[in-house]
Design a protein around this ligand. Structure first.
Ligand code: UFG
Length: 327
């Protein structure tokens, strides 16, 4: 019996792989290594494969049968909002095509449980303090659309052949559970600020005239290790045959932090001068996006243990353990 972690060599996937190995599970990782790195998967078996490529379904099916896979955790997807706007068809090919191959392979191989990496991007620009899972999702870019469609595919497979599934809608993931597993990409606020500082530049704030307390955008920052634990809670939830009360879960803290608060916290923790330059607004940014975490607490018994300071401190330590140490 083993768990197949698709995208397990990536930032979030590698944290989940490590927790699964730590609790003694057999883990098989599939990753195309386009952004992931093989050394992140530890003792897990690694198969290099692009799930959206021709022939991927057959390869996955074979792997699932050979390795006695009983559950799939699916992280592998393209995740850059701007790129998805520029190349929508490619995003659908990658994210939806890949998902279709995985689900078809699961059906044929008789693998019944799946946990899917969804995103708060499914909500678009909600005008509420705390976003609940049952508000009508209106994504505003192809990336968010592929995540919502992914959830629909899971629901369709449940109806058709009894798939047991949970979709975790991640809010703003940051930090590191171990210094060597920090976020290697420079795509989100915390790494982007660290990248600027490493170059000797000032951080940038994209807009300080939003209708928020300090004028900068508010997000729900979630520690990657808390998020990884949410996957284990979801795996346990899918085990057995009990009917599943819910399928879609916010993974957030319920508390918002502004861009300025994040940058100031990094300044306090690192001792660096993090004075930022204010730039124009970035198109498509909702002023506030904070998730209501009530459902995941009630149904999965999970709640975030780490707060903003822990997230930023761990991100800072991971950055300093890497090749671009500051100071
Ligand atoms: N920001 C800055 N300066 C920077 C980088 C970001 O001010 O140098 C701001 C952004 O404008 C935004 C906030 O910091 O207001 C957070 O930006 P991120 O890019 O880190 O994250 P987003 O909230 O835009 O995106 C996240 C996920 C996406 C997902 C989206 C919606 O990274 O995958 O939430 O759920 F689509």
């Amino acid at each position: 019996m083993s768990t197949l972690v698709i995208g397990g060599a990536g930032y979030i996937g590698a944290h989940v792989v490590r927790l699964l190995l730590d609790r003694g599970e057999e883990v098989v990782v599939v990753d195309d290594l386009s952004t992931g790195a093989g050394e992140r998967v530890g003792q897990a078996t690694l198969a290099e494969l692009d799930v959206a490529a021709p022939g991927a379904q057959e390869s996955l099916e074979k792997l699932m049968a050979e390795r006695g896979v009983t559950a799939v955790i699916h992280f592998a997807a393209k995740k850059q909002v701007g790129e998805s706007v520029a190349k929508p068809a490619w995003y659908y090919q990658q994210n939806i095509g890949g998902m279709a191959n995985i689900l078809a392979a699961m059906e044929n191989a008789g693998v019944r449980n799946m946990i899917f990496s969804s995103s708060a991007a499914v909500y678009g620009m909600p005008d509420v303090e705390l976003v609940r899972e049952d508000i009508h999702g209106r994504p505003i870019n192809p990336y968010g659309e592929t995540k919502l469609v992914g959830e629909w595919m899971l629901a369709d497979c449940e109806r058709a052949w009894g798939l047991r599934w949970a979709a975790l809608r991640y809010f703003n993931v940051a930090g590191a559970g171990w210094p060597e597993l920090g976020d290697p990409a420079i795509l989100n606020l915390v790494p982007m600020v660290l990248d600027r500082l490493a170059r000797g530049d000032r951080p940038k704030i994209f807009g300080d005239d939003y209708p928020t307390p300090d004028g900068t955008c508010v997000r729900d920052y979630i520690h990657v290790l808390d998020l990884a634990h949410a996957h284990l809670a979801a795996m346990d939830y899918l085990e057995g045959d009990a009917p599943l009360a819910e399928h879609v879960f916010n993974v957030g803290t319920g508390e918002g932090a502004s861009v300025r608060q994040v940058i100031d916290t990094l300044g306090e923790i690192s001792g660096l001068d993090t004075t930022a330059d204010v730039e124009p607004r970035r198109p498509g940014d909702p002023p506030r996006l904070v998730g209501d975490p009530a459902r995941i607490k009630d149904v999965l018994g999970w709640k975030a243990e780490h707060r903003l300071e822990d997230i930023i401190r761990s991100a800072w330590e991971a950055w300093q353990a890497g090749p671009r140490r500051i100071g």
